[in-house]
Ligand binder design. Sequence first.
Ligand SMILES: NC(=O)C1=CN([C@@H]2O[C@H](COP(=O)(O)OP(=O)(O)OC[C@H]3O[C@@H](n4cnc5c(N)ncnc54)[C@H](OP(=O)(O)O)[C@@H]3O)[C@@H](O)[C@H]2O)C=CC1
Ligand SMILES: O=C(O)C1=N[C@H](C(=O)O)C[C@H](O)C1
Length: 271
Amino acid sequence: MTQLPDPGPDDPASSEPASRDAADPIRVGVLGARGKVGREVCRAVSAADDTVLVAEVDADGDLDSLLAGGAEVVVDFTHPDVVMDNLRFCVDHGIHSVVGTTGFDDDRLATLRGWLAEAPGTGCLVAPNFSIGAILMMRFAALAAPHVESVEIVEVHHPDKADAPSGTAQRTARLVAEARRAAGRGPGPDATTTSLPGARGADVDGVPVHAVRLRGAVAHQEVVLGGLGETLTIRHDSMDRVGFTPGVLVGVRTVGSRPGLTVGLEEFLDL
Ligand SMILES: NC(=O)C1=CN([C@@H]2O[C@H](COP(=O)(O)OP(=O)(O)OC[C@H]3O[C@@H](n4cnc5c(N)ncnc54)[C@H](OP(=O)(O)O)[C@@H]3O)[C@@H](O)[C@H]2O)C=CC1
Ligand SMILES: O=C(O)C1=N[C@H](C(=O)O)C[C@H](O)C1
């Protein structure tokens, strides 16, 4: 871990984050620090000139170490079952959060928004995907979707993933559905009258989403669009989890100046 600057005289039990000078590196705590993504985030935070890793917490760790390290921003790559408790702790202590953990539905986002409303000045970014390529894939899919009859999504992930369909696939489906509605496009044609359960995928805002779990896979997605006599496939592949870290660092650098809830890293990017 990088040598830590002194967190200063602030009481670690205080609900206020340690005071900072704008030139100081941002003090970052990582939750899920020994996980597949968390360990890459720890490396990236340690390597960057303007961030310093002050706490690494995994399942057997203690959230109080965030306070002891004077964390200003927490990055969470843990598990859908624990992320809300982690965020409750962060918001209660005025710590900004950058959240990669998936499993967020409208109810969870509303709960988080409510907590943040009680903590003015505290920011939280929830991003289903921190990879720049994936964000562009979602943008391109939304751009193309109103111009064709059919759109379906196929996501492929490693079999250790807890949630299906992926957060990215659900977000893509919602963006596609929104773009199609705005253009007055209805659902895609489908004559199916009989099928086995799941054969046509999950219906996410009217868009069929198919989830594949495959040993050897990391994170992959195709948005398949179909029109008269042609198809268009927009594909993104994450080959290595290091690909999420530049986006996480953008989140870490920006979240402190964006109070309240932000959904999607694209809100912090000039795309
Ligand atoms: N937004 C994005 O760009 C991306 C999001 N993700 C999402 O991030 C999450 C993590 O993914 P991944 O790294 O592959 O998963 P891993 O299982 O490899 O890592 C999660 C880590 O969190 C630990 N953990 C569990 N509970 C706690 C807790 N209460 N406090 C601190 N740490 C805890 C786990 O420990 P243990 O194993 O002992 O339980 C594990 O080490 C998933 O929801 C995934 O979908 C993944 C990639 C990119
Ligand atoms: O679990 C993963 O691995 C990933 N989860 C995120 C998701 O659910 O979209 C992001 C990426 O697909 C990797």
